[in-house]
Design a protein around this ligand. Sequence first.
Ligand code: HEC
Ligand code: HEC
Length: 382
Amino acid sequence: MRSPRTLWALAALLAAAGGAQPLQSPLHDDDIPRILAHGPWPPPPVRDVSNRVSGQPAAIAFGATLFHEPRLSRDGQRACASCHQPARGFSDGLPRAQGLQPGTRNTLALANLGQQHWFGWDGANDNLWAQSLRPLLDAREMGSSLAQLAATVRDDPALHAAYRQAFGQPPGSNDERVAVDAAKALAAYQETLVTPRTPFDDFRDAVARGDRAAAAAYPAAAQRGLALFLGRGRCYVCHSGPNFSNGEFSDIGRPFFITRGEVDPGRHGGIQALQRSRYNLLGPFNDDATRSTAVGTRHVLLAHRHFGEFKVPSLRGLARTAPYMHDGSLPTLHEVLRHYSELDENRLHADGEAILRPLRLTDQETDDLLAFLASLDGEVAR
Ligand code: HEC
Ligand code: HEC
């Protein structure tokens, strides 16, 4: 049933479009452009010019095979899909990843990667194929080597054939080239992982069309949560755009100790790793000779304020990707909201300081924000 409150809210939206100031509405006319800015969804597919097989069906198929292939790891026991499990939104449900050795960060869910330009919690990579090569070579994750990767692709008849299909020629003798190509096929596959449409998207499009009947299907609690998200909560400042992330880095006052005395430097370390990397967009493996997407990498500057900053995560599809935060320290969305409600301003430095303040949410407001976050979830596409 529609509650009177819902009707008021909808009347408000429509009245706002016509310029009248509504009564009793959780959403105001100022909110309409902000609501519209979180869509449309899904976004048009993005082709990555740094990857010559981006968007190509044979490469996507080869990448999907490699994603589930444990022989790409040193011990033959773990694949990308061991940590990025399709049924869990391509994450693993653990606070911190468990590879060949225990990791220090939460496994990032894989979705909507075409919407991003920095990868990893610290943005240590500026492209998806480099980010895909990293776990293969990292001793703590899959522990393989360029030689092992290339040999696996060359020597297995099915992988050899799939490589030839994807790249138009058999794998050559240069191990690094073959390994980077495998990572490019993995990237082509991961670009196809897009979260589905959600109740929020239906509401947003209804607002765009001025379709009162369709907008009425969006629950009143979610509308109130959305009003907080765009209003007093100021969440939209960082969780902006169709993917609910500005793709950049912030400090929101989470502790960044890994163990006593050992800290995760976050973006500060990420920039250093990015600049060192042979696989960044300025390096020899970018397939785009003009380096047209390398502008951010060329201009990124290391500053002290980056210490303890982490990537702003997307808020789509959160239901399956608990626990939350870069270190998996918050088991539920309720606890995430408690963080924003009670946050310790003394912990904040850099940008977060100017935007965030403890919200002191009431129980009702917490429930409304949870209802809104739940409306950013649809059936996860496989
Ligand atoms: C041992 C668990 C583990 C394995 C195996 C693993 N990953 Fe990850 N993945 C992680 C963790 C943890 C992160 C976050 C890393 C960070 O911030 O440093 C991550 C991050 C990523 C990201 C960045 C996503 C984003 O939004 O920035 C991509 C892409 C990715 N992994 C792809 C892969 C691919 C492809 C493979 C297989 C070749 C793979 N991963 C294997 C744990 C794993
Ligand atoms: C200053 C930028 C900023 C603002 C404002 C902000 N966030 Fe965040 N949010 C982040 C960053 C950065 C992280 C990751 C922090 C980390 O892992 O240490 C995050 C993490 C989250 C997560 C966890 C997601 C995951 O996959 O782990 C949720 C949920 C979330 N924010 C919701 C909100 C809500 C709701 C608001 C408003 C009350 C809000 N955020 C305001 C930057 C922001």
